[in-house]
Design a protein around this ligand. Structure first.
Ligand code: HEC
Length: 448
């Protein structure tokens, strides 16, 4: 299940490799971290373990994917498609240039795993010896709270009638939380009534400009109407590392901002619920995580037929800060989005390059070790949209496209989760780094 969970503020050990330079490299191959390629791969010995680890979270009965990949009988008819989707790195969904940055969780396949699958398919997809098969993986029932406990608060949206066939619908529903005191969120998870119609839902906290609640060294950046979480394919929950949290205030409301996509077969009365687990009353986290949508609506002007329309958005860090995660958001014409840091001395560092953006997947890329930046670093989001006929998702290459809510309009939002730290903490993180003279991104962990 962790593949579907955005583990924010991960406590990693290994440094994030920040690659200098604004030039975005192509989707170069990752190094083979995991395993070697067997001479004669079989399903039971070599393929099933990969399916269990990297595919079955979604590809199982009742999962979000269209077909289970549990048994040989399940997998065999899909062998060719599987090879194609893993070689192109479309599956498992993880659409970044794997040579840039380190992430946790990282559900992607290693080069060796991809080569093993390709070799197995090319050699006729043999089953192999049944006794080689690992025991079946056991999954928790669907629609359960995945972080192992019951939530303290569940907020349910009003029902919405989604017809069997219709245009996509974008209702917004406000629901009071009923909270009478400020609480810090440990984890939150959205459970839809019927995942077949819920394309995604953004959940905002409607609350007065967040005070820092005694959290030191931070500015109140978790402003009013701040995004709390998003449920979408590839992202259904957030859990925060010790020392970090998001704040939900007394008297707050939640705004559920839905995107429903009729499933084509039956009408559904859909209502989603979100569960919150709070830190104990009176507990104050050291750091308050803020979510910021870095976008530039005014500069988004995509001419008809343009295959590579670029737009840029910037956000300046007012204090030293650590970056927890990045999630690109675009629509049909979204093609690529990259995040870089421009350090106060002007030096750019590429942090993440979502080189193969797929608009139906809104994936959060959480850094294994949240990189730290000095005050006045500018985070720069570069978006590319493809409005040509060559983009198979494009509903109308003759249209001039600008910013808007509908899927046929566009957006260029880079959602970032980050928290401010003190100058001293930044200096300490810098000291902890093992000496690369050029690296300006502090990568130490464990200071929280
Ligand atoms: C996070 C959930 C998730 C994971 C993990 C995942 N898939 Fe998928 N997969 C989906 C969904 C949803 C679809 C259908 C929508 C789409 O194609 O984007 C899909 C589609 C596919 C298809 C295309 C089916 C078709 O109709 O053509 C193949 C093949 C596939 N997956 C194979 C795999 C393999 C192999 C793995 C593991 C190496 C894997 N997937 C991991 C969710 C997932």
């Amino acid at each position: 299940m962790h593949i579907l969970s955005r583990i924010t503020g991960a406590l990693g050990g290994v440094a994030v490799l920040a690659i200098a330079g604004i030039a975005l490299s192509g989707g170069a191959a990752a190094d083979s971290k995991e395993g070697s390629v067997p001479a004669k791969p079989t399903f039971t010995k070599d393929i099933l373990p990969i399916m269990q680890k990297k595919c079955q979270d979604c590809h199982r009965e009742g999962g979000m994917a269209p077909m289970p990949l549990r048994s040989y009988e399940d997998v065999r008819p899909w062998a060719r498609a599987i090879k194609e989707k893993v070689v192109s790195r479309y599956m498992p969904p993880w659409h970044i240039d794997p040579t840039v940055g380190e992430y946790d969780p990282d559900p992607s396949l290693s080069d060796a795993q991809i080569a093993t699958i390709a070799k197995w398919v090319d050699s006729g997809a043999p089953k192999g010896n049944p006794s080689d098969a690992p025991p079946p993986r056991v999954f928790p029932p669907n629609n359960t709270w995945v972080f192992g406990e019951e939530p303290d608060l569940v907020v349910t949206s009003a029902g919405f009638e989604v017809p069997a066939t219709a245009a996509d619908q974008y209702p917004k529903v406000d629901v009071p939380t009923g909270l009478t005191e400020d609480r810090y969120i440990k984890w939150m998870q959205v459970i839809p009534e019927d995942p077949t119609v819920l394309h995604h839902v953004l959940i905002y906290a409607l609350q007065s400009e967040a005070a820092t609640g005694g959290v030191r060294g931070v500015k109140p950046t978790q402003g009013s109407n701040s995004l709390l979480t998003e449920y979408a394919r590839g992202n259904d929950g957030d859990i925060f590392a010790n020392g970090t949290a998001k704040l939900l205030k007394a008297g707050s409301k939640l705004r559920f901002s839905f995107h429903y996509h009729p499933n084509g077969s039956k009408a559904v009365n859909e209502h989603a619920r979100i569960g919150f687990k709070f830190f104990p009353k009176g507990y104050t986290p050291k750091y308050l995580i803020s979510t910021k949508g870095v976008s530039s609506p005014a500069s988004l002007a995509i001419p008809p037929g343009e295959a590579n329309a670029r737009s840029d958005a910037y956000f300046r860090l007012e204090e030293p800060a650590r970056l927890v995660s990045f999630q690109p958001h675009m629509h049909y014409r979204g093609k690529r989005m990259a995040l870089e840091a421009i350090l106060p001395d002007g030096q750019p560092q590429l942090l993440t390059d979502v080189a193969h953006f797929v608009w139906t997947w809104q994936i959060t890329y959480a850094y294994k070790t949240p990189p730290a930046f000095p005050k006045n670093t500018v985070l720069h989001v570069t978006s590319y949209h493809d409005n040509s006929a060559g983009n198979r998702e494009n509903p109308d290459p003759t249209a001039f496209v600008g910013w808007g809510d509908r899927t046929v309009d566009e957006m260029n939002i880079g959602w970032i989760d980050f928290y401010y730290i003190t100058d001293q903490e930044y200096a300490d993180l810098q000291k902890q780094k093992d000496g690369s003279p050029k690296a300006t991104v502090a990568t130490g962990s464990g200071r929280q």
